[in-house]
Design a protein around this ligand. Structure first.
Ligand code: SF4
Length: 506
């Protein structure tokens, strides 16, 4: 039975034995993780830990993209204010997807002391009705944070009671931050909410198919439709690149769920197969679609990197039986790319790069950078699940051995590792980039929805951007001279994995 029969998604610590703390090298990581079904050795936690984020942030970054939706946060006053910083993405993504700038629309019950003691259910009920009357949205996501989870508000019960009184479809999404340290649980939580409420809307009926000819057309259309799952692995440029490649295989793409139209989400049930852009993100929903609707899925490669993209296309081509076409596409695209990358490869050869991001993205990007001529100086991933075993193996074969760290950010470990490994370049998210930039290391963002990273186009665009940056690293050199990190010199002489409980393997 699918997890979606329950009111909320299980946390990844329980479902996947995921972990957030480990230190060693790539080879020792591979020996520990590969082939044991995932999970970290010895629990994987820290004696000392710096602040991190909760699952609310990635959860609402997805929700804030939904068309005609109001996001109602049920929690304390500061819970979910990261919507402010995410608004630029909602606006630029809205423009790219629908041709109009759209602000993320979000409100909060902002629970006060009295409601923490007496319960927030009454306030939630009133807020849902007010939002429905005021904005007339198609859907209202009711995202619950820590406080309602702690005081025992029955969020699903309130949603069920109020649903008959409002015109918007209500979608409960559980993001109680205290329940999990693995923020990737957010992807499961949002898929859970959408899968439970928006696929069987009573207003949306299965197509009425009166005769055999129409049924045949419907089945053919279904066979050539592919669900391209994107919870936040790529922006519009990357979506366009994968749509281009899949179209060459004769496939039509249904992109789900970011920037999707909530009224059209039911279409996800009418596809020949689903393909993931990031297995760490998508396993929960892929498995649900297969169990409930018999839709097979591919959850294997992330199309970042040339060989990864080749493999991703080969996998996709097997469903429509277009294996020969896939080989032709790969041959042509690789030949053009090889020629275009030649000057960049010469420039990058021997330069050392440190990579930090979510597990699959970090490993796949390291593969791409190795293909471009870089040596890998070190790698960090935010957490570890079972899905990336193949990526560890790929890197182990090609890129040698280097320091490897699993850390839910923890910049003090990162600073220590960067001081030791002295890379020429750092690729990470904004949190890691600020650490490396202050150490004088040219730093490039590993994910930005306005830039291209995926497929053959992504490989070229990354090379072009890195070339430009490495040609003139003066900015970071100046930054290092005038800005300090907050750590004492003694820390840099310590083992970077000193505070990892039983998880370090050096
Ligand atoms: S869910 Fe909890 S941890 Fe996350 S922002 Fe809200 S109160 Fe803070």
């Amino acid at each position: 039975m699918s997890y979606l029969s329950g009111s909320e998604a299980p946390k990844r610590e329980d479902r996947l034995k995921s972990c957030i703390a480990w230190g060693g090298t790539l080879h020792s990581a591979c020996n520990t993780f590969c082939g044991n079904g995932g999970g970290c050795a010895a629990g994987g936690d820290r004696e000392f830990s710096q602040g991190s984020i909760c699952l609310m942030l990635p959860g609402i970054s997805m929700i804030n993209t939904l068309k005609d939706n109001v996001n109602l946060l049920h929690g304390a006053v500061g819970c979910g204010v990261c919507s402010h910083s995410q608004n630029a993405n909602a606006r630029s993504g809205g423009l790219a997807h629908y041709g109009r700038v759209k602000d993320a629309l979000w409100v909060s019950t902002a629970l006060n002391e009295s409601e923490v003691i007496n319960g927030g259910e009454g306030k939630l009920r009133a807020a849902i009705i007010e939002v429905d009357r005021l904005y007339r949205p198609r859907t209202i996501t009711v995202v619950s944070g820590c406080v309602p989870g702690l005081i025992g508000d029955d969020v699903d019960g309130i949603v069920n009671q109020v649903q008959g009184e409002v015109s918007a479809r209500l979608i409960p999404v559980h993001c109680e931050g205290f329940k999990t340290k693995i923020w990737a649980t957010a992807y499961d939580a949002v898929y859970h909410g959408l899968g439970r409420t928006l696929l069987d809307d009573p207003e949306i009926r299965e197509p009425v198919i009166p005769d055999d000819e129409e049924r045949f057309r419907f089945e053919e259309q279904k066979k050539r439709t592919v669900n391209l799952l994107n919870v936040s692995s790529m922006g519009k440029l990357d979506e366009d690149e994968l749509t281009r490649l899949l179209a060459m295989l004769g496939l039509e793409v249904n992109i789900f769920p970011v920037f999707a139209d909530t009224q059209a989400m039911y279409k996800v049930k009418y596809a020949g197969f689903s393909i993931s852009t990031c297995p760490t993100h998508d396993d929960y929903f892929c498995k649900f679609l297969e169990q409930e609707y018999g839709i097979p899925y591919i959850l294997k490669h992330m199309p970042i990197g040339i060989e990864n993209t080749n493999q991703w296309i080969r996998d996709a081509a097997r469903f429509p039986g277009k294996e020969e076409a896939a080989e032709r596409i790969i041959k042509n695209e690789n030949a053009r790319l090889d020629k275009a990358l030649k000057p960049y490869r010469e420039f990058f050869r021997g330069k050392r790069v440190f990579v930090s991001a979510g597990e699959f993205r970090a490993l796949a990007t390291a593969n791409l950078l190795h293909e471009l001529g870089f040596e890998i100086a070190g790698l960090r991933s935010f957490h570890h699940d079972e899905f990336a075993a193949g990526e560890y193996e790929k890197l182990k074969k090609t890129a040698g051995d280097f320091p490897f760290n699993i850390a839910n950010v923890q910049p003090f470990e990162e600073a220590n590792l960067l001081k030791r490994s002295k890379p020429d370049l750092f690729l990470g998210h904004w949190n890691g980039n600020s650490t490396s930039a202050k150490l004088g290391i040219p730093s490039h963002v590993i994910y930005n929805t306005g830039l291209s990273y995926i497929g053959y186009r992504g490989a070229f665009e990354i090379a072009r951007r890195l070339y430009r940056q490495l040609r003139n690293p003066a900015f970071n050199e100046h930054l290092r001279r005038y800005v300090n990190l907050p750590y004492r010199e003694e820390w840099y002489r310590e083992d970077p994995f000193k505070y990892i409980k039983g998880g370090a393997d050096v």
